[in-house]
Design a protein around this ligand. Structure first.
Ligand SMILES: [Zn+2]
Length: 401
């Protein structure tokens, strides 16, 4: 398994019909990322962790193992669960660092960049903007947990100014704001990138792509050349080497008569590299957000988890409230050539998901209607397995499409 996602809430706005509000976990390599954390997220995370433990699942999840919380926007159904989870992490004496990534209103960016951490927010910055929520979290968090006991949290914010990504790093304990010249890289060799979406507040989806893998090392060729372990190790690590070629090909020892330098290129000892696999979780968005489409088209996407608040019959609501219908989600999936689409963020109107699924499948061939607890595994070759929790255990859905 190259990348795994756990969909831990598929309801929009409020818990309804047995579904909880937004929040997902993505596992890539040794890293665990939460994308959104609405009300009760840590409880859902614990419940899923127990399911995995009982099933002797290969990967384990927990709030103490989270490396990143990446938020899509400030609406409470997407972030009301962050503060209690941070408090639990502190109370559980976590030591490892956590990164929190949040989109901010562009005027919040300007105010922070100009006047620092205590900047007064202009009226254009809505109350639910994540800068206001983070300030509230910091106050309560640092009141409850002393700074000596506090685990390190790196706070990063992204805003879009004239279409360009602008990153800040905020340090509430030292009251400093730093402008970053490059996006943070909180998941090692893998990438986590925001894709701006359209909503009533600044919002983005998050794409997670596993690292490219180098091609297979040609051990046979290195054996034929009788290279030393040291030379093999250098080539394997991408370093070109120079050898002394001799008349006797089986020996690399210098020869007085026929010695000549030969350069061996590390690239000649590797097969073609394979690119990573990719998942994009949208958060809330109106139909066909241009930035989302442009960025998402730039690289192949194995799995798109797209909001699907309404069906065709309430398309005017989708337009008015800047949400998507399931057909809109499928159109986006088709436009960006996403291999698979999972619907989520259903209006409380939907007890069953038959209507959204039927409408979406008219616009994309591989659509799955997500439910709370669903697990998605993407293999290195891009193939997808879907598991559903039933009676407390995950079962693979053998024919999801
Ligand atoms: Zn929402």
């Amino acid at each position: 398994m190259e990348l795994e996602a756990h969909l831990l809430g598929t309801s929009s706005a409020r818990p309804a019909n047995g579904r909880e509000v937004s929040g997902s976990i993505v596992i890539v390599g040794k890293y665990q990322i939460a994308i959104d954390a609405g009300e009760g997220f840590q409880t859902r995370l614990k419940k899923q962790a127990k399911v995995l433990k009982n099933a002797k699942w290969e990967s384990r999840i927990s709030h103490t193992r989270l490396d990143v919380i990446a938020l899509t926007h400030g609406h409470l159904d997407h972030c009301w669960g962050v503060l209690p989870m941070l408090l639990s992490m502190g109370l559980d004496c976590r030591n490892s660092p956590l990164s929190v990534l949040a989109p901010l209103h562009h005027d919040a960016y300007h105010a922070l960049a100009k006047d620092g951490m205590d900047a007064k927010m202009p009226d254009s910055v809505p109350a639910v903007d994540l800068i206001n929520q983070m300030r509230f979290w910091w106050e309560l968090l640092f009141d409850k947990i002393s700074s000596e006991e506090m685990f390190p949290i790196f706070w990063y914010t992204v805003s879009w100014i004239d279409g360009e990504e602008k990153w800040l790093q905020l340090d509430p304990q030292n009251s400093t704001v730093s402008q970053l010249s490059a996006p943070p890289k909180p998941i090692g060799p893998h990438s986590l990138t925001p894709h701006q979406t359209i909503h009533s507040v600044p919002s983005c989806g998050w794409r997670i792509t596993s690292a490219d893998r180098p091609g297979k090392f040609n051990a046979q060729r290195s054996a034929e050349l009788s290279l030393s372990d040291n030379q093999i190790s250098k080539l394997a690590n991408g370093e070109d080497i120079t050898i002394i070629a001799t008349s006797d090909a089986s020996s690399s020892a210098p020869s007085a008569n026929s010695a000549a330098n030969e350069i061996l290129l590390a690239s000649d000892f590797r097969g073609p590299s394979t690119s990573g696999v990719s998942i994009l979780i949208t958060g809330d968005t109106g139909a066909e957000a241009p930035e989302l489409l442009a960025l998402a088209k730039a690289a192949p996407l194995n799995l798109l988890i797209h909001e699907s608040t309404y069906s065709d019959s309430h398309q005017s609501n989708a337009i008015n409230y800047l949400h998507s219908t399931s057909r809109d989600a499928a159109k986006v999936a088709t436009q960006i050539a996403a291999e698979n689409l999972v619907l989520t963020h259903y209006s409380s109107r939907f007890v069953e998901t038959e209507i959204p699924l039927t409408e979406a499948r008219e616009a994309h061939p591989r659509v799955h209607a997500g439910e709370d607890g669903d697990i998605f595994q993407i293999e290195r070759d891009g193939s997808l397995k879907i598991f559903r929790i039933s009676d407390g255990s995950p079962f693979q859905i053998l024919e999801p499409f």
